[in-house]
Design a protein around this ligand. Sequence first.
Ligand SMILES: NC(=O)c1ccc[n+]([C@@H]2O[C@H](COP(=O)([O-])OP(=O)(O)OC[C@H]3O[C@@H](n4cnc5c(N)ncnc54)[C@H](O)[C@@H]3O)[C@@H](O)[C@H]2O)c1
Length: 398
Amino acid sequence: MVLGFDIQRSRVNAINQGKSYIADVASEQLKAVVSHNLLQATTKQDRLRETDAICICVPTPLTKTKDPDLSYVIHESKEISKRLQPGQLVVLESTTYPGTTREVVLPILESSKLRGDTDFYLAYSPERVDPGNRKYNIKNTPKIVGGINSQSTELAQALYSQIAKTVIPASSPDVAEMTKIFENVFRSVNIALVNELAQLCEKLGVSVWEVIDAASTKPFGYMPFYPGPGIGGHCIPLDPYYLANKAREFDFHTRFIELAAEINEAMPYHVTSQILEALNDRGKSLNGAKILVLGVAYKKDVEDIRESPSLKLIQLLRAKGADVSYNDPYIPKIKLSKGNLASVKLTGKNFSSADCVIIATDHSCYNMDKVVARAKMVFDTRGATRGLKGNNIVRLGE
Ligand SMILES: NC(=O)c1ccc[n+]([C@@H]2O[C@H](COP(=O)([O-])OP(=O)(O)OC[C@H]3O[C@@H](n4cnc5c(N)ncnc54)[C@H](O)[C@@H]3O)[C@@H](O)[C@H]2O)c1
């Protein structure tokens, strides 16, 4: 039996009623396990005592100044240490910098007077979830585990072998922690590279989309990454900072990470200035222009808005005096620093009254032919109109 513990009563109630609040998990699936008593949720910390293994998956955000905020990990580790039982396995899953499990979690758990080398087991195992991915799920995505000693690694391996087809042992928690961050840094750096290339392509009059498609025909040594209005989600914009921050302890500057962040974070500004120019070419000013943004989720077909570049883009456009509305079938409302917005319907009037329609997130439900046919001007940040022709289309990276 799996016991889910959360401090949010609404989430606990939803799980116990078989109502999923995660898009990738169907309520039917959840109901099936809840009704067979294979899963229960609780807000009672004390019930952690009943378990053989505890997986910590609390948030690891950044502070306002982009420093790691380990407060959730520290708080929950303290709560666990008050209830830790001999023989229990604790696994940290939250994304964090190398050293967290050994340097932060272990000493807190040992304040219980139980010892990590003899009385309990401790490991790190990163989450590798790609929301919206229909091919790879928790079963067929290999899981990495790294324990503070070989017994901890073996036990964590045994635990995750129940749910993942392949479990790969790492020689330490630090290796497992570094692996997760490296995977996200890899994405961040490659996206930055292609974002920079897109800006050069605009100057050269070459289509970055065509270049990527052509390069993708190479069967070895290349994998495609795509430009866009910036990066979003709870991982790629945040995790590299965990490593960059840790590196500073050693007077080491992770230049690739910082450069990638600089380029990616500048993309909403670049898109804003491209839109300003495109409107100017049509005798319009951004100040006073009506803009309809399609898609505010951080990537296609998900209902997650965390760190979404669309939010930044909307704020920048509004700061220049544009009158911005948005549509997103997955996000009914958004909170902005100055007021909230609600998703508008995709009516003919909303299209025809907009001076510019921005494709910010290319949800599969958008019919790009119709968008191009109905809009006065389309600014496509995702290459979603590739293959379509029209004087009213302006694409990032062309
Ligand atoms: N969601 C993903 O796809 C994904 C993928 C890879 C890594 N991660 C990592 O997993 C961690 C969690 O991310 P998430 O997306 O699930 O976050 P989330 O905010 O959706 O969920 C975190 C949950 O932790 C709960 N919580 C907060 N403090 C708690 C406490 N003291 N005790 C118990 N529960 C507590 C919150 O109420 C919330 O329900 C982060 O480190 C993230 O980087 C997530």
